[in-house]
Write a protein that binds this ligand. Sequence first.
Ligand SMILES: Cc1cc2nc3c(=O)[nH]c(=O)nc-3n(C[C@H](O)[C@H](O)[C@H](O)COP(=O)(O)OP(=O)(O)OC[C@H]3O[C@@H](n4cnc5c(N)ncnc54)[C@H](O)[C@@H]3O)c2cc1C
Length: 403
Amino acid sequence: MAAAGGQPQGICYDAIVIGAGIQGSFAAYHLAERGKDTLLLEQFLLPHSRGSSHGQSRIIRSAYSQEHYARMMPESYRLWQQLEARAGTRLYRRTGLLVLGAEGEPQFERWRCTAARSPHPDRDPDAGETLDAAALARRFPGLRPRGGEAALWDGAGGVLHADRALRAVQDLFRRSGGALRDGEKVLAVEPGSPLAVSTSAGLYRARRLVVAAGAWSSQLLAPLGLRLPLQPLRVPVCYWKEKVPGSYSLERPFPCFMAVGLPQAPHGIYGLPACEYPGLVKVCYHHGSPADPDQRDRPAPGACRSDVALLRRFVGSYLPGLEPEPALLETCLYTNTPDGDFILDRHPKHSNIVIGAGFSGHGFKLAPVVGKLLCELSLGEEPSYSTAPFSISRFPGALRAAL
Ligand SMILES: Cc1cc2nc3c(=O)[nH]c(=O)nc-3n(C[C@H](O)[C@H](O)[C@H](O)COP(=O)(O)OP(=O)(O)OC[C@H]3O[C@@H](n4cnc5c(N)ncnc54)[C@H](O)[C@@H]3O)c2cc1C
């Protein structure tokens, strides 16, 4: 006898993963590759654009201001390459990346210090090189920094084709024997060994669970006694038209860039060459306004308008070859932690429940390694990298609620 729409009674999965965004999909893929009988559950029909992993482009870079991420990037590049080879599709376009800032400004200097100490996946002899404003203007005439500003060069930086990548990892998960059920929302989790997961279509049991539910993570974790300080943000995604077609294109290639430590944009601004829409360059503020993930389409609040105004001023001043008015405006969701670091940890009370959340707008590039860490944590193994920076215990309030 089968539970309505669920698994036949008596069957118990090795693992269930909640959330088929990029993190849950990679976690499920690694589990299936390790021979674990894995079920991946997604509330929406796939593909969808209601979470954080949709769209055509994400930046990949080895430049990071925190060493714990920089250390993971060489492996992440290798795993992306492996995925490309297995899926037989191109997922990464190398363009190089500039980290722009003012010489002597503390944030910018932190990026430079970490770059000097970190491994560079591409062994690019110019990696970590700093270009002053004059050198930048010569090499990238589309970018107009101010006097006293400079940029750190990351030669391995580039663009990941996000939608294609998500589909590729889900296809490989299935090819490795995994089961993916979309259009099926998880309604409740009953901890235990095995644990029980009830959805809009049935009831499943499993030895372990990975929760990778993006902006919905708090909704799932609160009934399990865990109150993580996760803030979903509605982020405006702006595209700006080239004045001269092709001048900021992926083929040229115009590099990806990030502007850090600018007083007028305290959370940072980033941009990618024209890629998903012909002639339109994506330039966004690395921030947004608090939102309920189920209500994200309500009319843009004032904060969103002021973020777009900030971008208008940046584009007008730094990117003279773009029209200083957005040609297209879309939205996406970030799920931020107070310190901007991910949460990758076991539930403090139920060790067979593992949580991957709070990717704070920079998790896509690291998803192959994040998925591997979530897999290792859920199998009770020593993780390949220290997960201390990602622990739940750094939020004492969350722990008190759970114990
Ligand atoms: C505009 C924008 C630009 C970005 N740029 C970059 C970049 O350049 N580089 C970079 O590295 N990162 C970038 N990021 C961040 C990166 O995209 C995210 O960190 C990553 O996509 C988060 O993935 P996720 O799997 O945690 O979340 P999601 O993709 O949101 O996946 C969570 C999934 O869980 C599902 N779910 C939730 N609740 C349930 C439930 N109860 N039952 C079943 N399913 C459920 C959701 O429907 C969703 O599909 C960007 C993000 C945005 C929004």
